[in-house]
Design a protein around this ligand. Structure first.
Ligand SMILES: *Cc1c(COP(=O)(O)O)cnc(C)c1O
Length: 362
C-alpha cells in the first residue's frame, strides 16, 4: 500500500515554462514567456529594495493598499477586487471553488493551458472546443456547454494564438450562458490591445454578474518574477475567493512593487507604443520571410512554419544564435512557434535570423 492522489491529478503533465538558457551561448535573448521587454518599472525596483528591510513582517492579508491603487488606476471598486500570487492562482482558486469531480469546464482548443491544468487539479472534465483559423467561436463554445458545465474560460486576447473577440461577442457569450455557469475572462494582455471594440471584462461583470475578469502584473508591468495578479468580480464571487485563498497569498514586496508600477508615469503608454510599432514591423518582416503570422492583439506573435519539422528546425536555428522562443507542441500546434515582442535589437535579430533561415531552408 502507498498513498495515492485523486486520480485526476496524475493526468496532469508538470508545467514546463519558457526556456532561459542555451548551452554555450553567453548572452541569450529570451523571447519565450511574453514578459515585457523593459524590465520592471524603476519605481517598482526601488519599492522592492525598500520592502527588503521589512521582510520580517507579515503582509497585509487583505491587500488593501494594492486593491485601492488598482481601483484608482482602472476606475474599479476595490471591494470587488481580489489579488493573487499571479493571476494563475486566481484562475486555480476559481476552478477549485466552482468546479470539481462530475463537472465540466469549457475552453477553446488552443486556449491558455492553465485552465486545463487547474481544471484537472479540481477533478473536472475539460472540454476543448475546436477553433477554425485558431479563433474561438462563441457559437461553438455555447454548443459545448452542457448540464454539467460549471465554467467557461476564455483569454481575450488569447495566449498563444493572439486571437481577439470584440466586446459584442463577449456580451453575446455571457447572455447565452446559463447564470449558473461562471465566465472567466482572462485579460492578461488587456493593456496591449489597441482595437476600440474591446472590453477587458469589467463591463460584463457589472452588467451580467457570474463573471470574473482576471489581470496580471506579469506582462506590461514587467513583474512576472514577483508573482502578482488580480481579478474584478461580483461581491459574491469575491467573497468566495476570500474564503479559499491563503491568508497571506500575496507577499509584501510584490504588493509594494505593484503599487509603484501602477503609478510609474507613462509606463503603459511607452510599452504599448513600442509593442504596437514592433507587432506591425515583425508581422510584415516575418511574413516576407515566409512565416505565417496570425493577427495578434498581445505582446507576442504566433508563427506558422508549415510542418512540425520545419518549426523544430527554425527553433534550433534561432537557438544557435542565442534567441529563445517558445515551442507550441503542448498547445497542439507543433508546426508553430510563439515569439514574444522584445527590445528593438532583439526584434531585429529575430528578423535577420528568420530571413536567413528562409533562404537556407526554402
Ligand atoms: C501570462 C498569462 C497569465 C498570467 O499569469 P500570472 O500568473 O499572472 O503570471 C494569465 N493568463 C494568460 C493567458 C497569460 O498569458
Amino acid at each position: 500500500m502507498r498513498v495515492e492522489p485523486r486520480p485526476s491529478i496524475l493526468s496532469v503533465e508538470p508545467y514546463v515554462g519558457g526556456e532561459s538558457k542555451v548551452p554555450g551561448v553567453n548572452r541569450v535573448m529570451k523571447l519565450s514567456s511574453n514578459e515585457g521587454p523593459f524590465g520592471p518599472p524603476p519605481s517598482a525596483i526601488e519599492a522592492l529594495r525598500a520592502a527588503a528591510s521589512e521582510a520580517h513582517r507579515y503582509p497585509d492579508g487583505s491587500a488593501k493598499a494594492l486593491r485601492e491603487a488598482i481601483g484608482a488606476r482602472f476606475g474599479l471598486d476595490p471591494a470587488r477586487i481580489v489579488c493573487g500570487n499571479g493571476s494563475d492562482e486566481i484562475l486555480t482558486l476559481l476552478l477549485l471553488a466552482y468546479t470539481g469531480e462530475g463537472t465540466e469546464i469549457v475552453m477553446s482548443a488552443h486556449g491558455f493551458l492553465m485552465y486545463d491544468l487547474a481544471g484537472r487539479w479540481a477533478g473536472a472534465r475539460v472540454i476543448k472546443v475546436p477553433e477554425p483559423d485558431l479563433k474561438p467561436e462563441v457559437d461553438a463554445l455555447l454548443a459545448a456547454v452542457g448540464p454539467r458545465t460549471r465554467a467557461v474560460c476564455l483569454a481575450n486576447p488569447n495566449n498563444p494564438t493572439g486571437a481577439f473577440l470584440p466586446a459584442s461577442e463577449i456580451a453575446r457569450l455571457r447572455e447565452n450562458l446559463r447564470p449558473d455557469v461562471l465566465l472567466i475572462l482572462d485579460s492578461a494582455y488587456a493593456e496591449y490591445v489597441t482595437r476600440p471594440d474591446y472590453d477587458p471584462g469589467h463591463g460584463i461583470v457589472d452588467r451580467y454578474g457570474n463573471t470574473v475578469m482576471t489581470r496580471t502584473f506579469s506582462k506590461v508591468f514587467g513583474l512576472g518574477g514577483a508573482r502578482l495578479g488580480w481579478c474584478y468580480t461580483t461581491p459574491e464571487i469575491a467573497d468566495v475567493l476570500n474564503r479559499v485563498r491563503g491568508p497571506f497569498n500575496v507577499n509584501a514586496p510584490a504588493m509594494a512593487a505593484g503599487i509603484a508600477a501602477l503609478n510609474e508615469p507613462g509606463w503603459i503608454e511607452r510599452s504599448v507604443a513600442h509593442n504596437s510599432e514592433w507587432r506591425a514591423k515583425l508581422t510584415a518582416a516575418l511574413s516576407a520571410a515566409g512565416c505565417r503570422v496570425w493577427p495578434s492583439e498581445g505582446n507576442f506573435l504566433l508563427l506558422g512554419f508549415g510542418t512540425p519539422d520545419r518549426a523544430k528546425a527554425a527553433d534550433a536555428f534561432l537557438k544557435a544564435r542565442g534567441i529563445i522562443i517558445r515551442g507550441m507542441a503542448a498547445y497542439g500546434l507543433p508546426q508553430c512557434l510563439r515569439l514574444s515582442i522584445g527590445l528593438a535589437e532583439e526584434n531585429e535579430a529575430v528578423i535577420a535570423a528568420l530571413s536567413d533561415f528562409a533562404q537556407r531552408h526554402g
